[in-house]
Design a binder for this molecule. Structure first.
Ligand code: PMP
Length: 385
């Protein structure tokens, strides 16, 4: 199987990841932070070790500002619901994933949060467009860092500067960029950043996190056992444990530590360089095939590319790729209703191909050849949608 669906979850994982997960289950399956015995301490050390490695990778001085979550979606919900109050105004972009768009829609309906969605106009400049929408009650700006549909990035430093200038908080969805682009949070005008463990950090599914600057008055959205101040009924809000109620995913977080270690050892420049070589090869190959229509006219700056083939539905194309060519890609709407509306593909979605560090140039050649054959086979067919 040629796996080209790394934007959903990277696979395969570096060797050490499964070993770390297994070790956490076999050698110290105790509950971290909930007991004084040596196995509980060992489990706690695994959690803390991963937190420190993440802090190193993401340029965060105090690892306590990194809060473990189940995935990016959980982290984004925590940031949005833990910060926004009744009647606040929020600005987001038309490229957001449902992990932002849906909690925002919920906040609009249930907490009367006012919402402005910026229609992407790259010529106008993102930061300027954001600034034009600021109101007296704007409390938060939230933007994607890298799109999961077209492999474009947003200028988060510029948008963050606008947020700082107006005293507004800035939340970044780094689902497609953490582990791939340099992010030094202590030096960036970013207050909150959500990231997955299972994509560019090469960890297991069920892991992710939220960076929250100490200046953000974030409140926990889940109350419960934290392992500290257990005699009190009121939920303790201190970081990180106040935001990590309940038993954590210790095996997953231990595996994430090994994934982050792999990224640190390999170096994000090397990972990015390799994946960009593959995506350029894809871009060049696909643009030469008659009947292939790329969703975005510009070459991608992230290892993600979406396209359609004339005469064949995207899901059908993905099924043929899977069944006949043993190639895994994702078709449809990529959990990104807003983005597909903005990109004018809301009627049919697209086929998305996303190489990872373990893909090779030969695999990309095979993929291009497969798409060429599908395009030829369906040439002349009328559109089925
Ligand atoms: N935001 C973006 C841009 C994404 O690509 C994804 C995953 N497709 C998410 C959020 C949600 O990530 P997770 O699956 O880790 O919740």
């Amino acid at each position: 199987m040629i796996y080209l669906d790394n934007a959903a979850s990277t696979w395969p994982k570096p060797e050490g990841v499964a070993d770390a997960v297994k070790k956490a289950i076999v050698e110290y399956g105790a509950n971290p932070g909930r007991g004084g015995h040596r196995l509980a301490v060992q489990a706690e050390q695994a959690i803390s070790g991963t937190r420190h490695k993440l802090a190193q990778l993401l340029g965060v001085r105090d690892p306590g500002n990194l809060l473990f979550c189940l995935n990016t979606t959980h982290a984004l919900n925590l940031a949005l619901k833990g910060l926004l109050r009744e009647g606040d105004h929020l600005i987001l972009t038309g490229w957001e994933h449902n992990a932002v768009a849906r909690p925002v829609e919920w906040l609009k309906r249930h907490r009367s949060v006012q919402v402005t969605i910026i229609c992407p106009d790259e010529q106008a400049g993102w930061a300027k467009q954001v600034e034009e929408q600021i109101r007296a009650n704007t409390r938060l700006i939230v933007t994607i860092h890298g799109s999961n549909v077209i492999g474009e990035i947003l200028p988060i430093a510029d948008i963050g500067e606008v947020a700082r200038k107006h005293g507004i908080f800035y939340l970044v969805d780094a689902a497609q960029t953490a582990g791939l682009l340099p992010i030094r949070l202590d030096d960036l005008p970013v207050d909150l950043l959500a990231f997955p463990g299972h994509k560019g950090l090469y960890g297991p599914q069920g892991t992710g996190g939220l960076y929250a600057s100490p200046d953000v008055p974030l409140v926990p959205i889940i109350q419960g056992g934290t392992g500290n101040r257990s005699e009190e009924l009121e939920h303790p809000g201190e970081r990180p444990v106040g935001f990590e109620s309940g038993t954590p995913n210790t095996p997953g977080i231990a595996g994430l530590g090994a994934g982050v270690e792999f990224v640190l050892q390999t170096g994000i420049e090397k990972i990015y360089h390799h994946e960009m070589e593959l995506i350029r090869q894809l871009w060049e190959g696909l643009t030469r095939i008659e009947g292939v229509r790329l969703v975005h006219p510009k070459p991608p700056v992230l290892p993600i590319l979406s396209f359609n083939i004339d005469g064949v539905d995207g899901n059908e194309a993905a099924t043929i790729l899977d069944q006949h060519y043993h190639i895994a890609v994702r078709a449809g709407f990529h959990c990104a209703a807003l983005a597909h509306r903005s990109l004018k593909t809301a009627d049919r979605g697209a086929v998305r191909v996303s190489p990872g560090y373990f893909n090779t140039s030969e695999e990309i050649d095979q993929f291009i050849q497969a798409v060429r054959e599908i395009a030829e086979a369906f040439r002349g067919f009328s559109h089925a949608w």
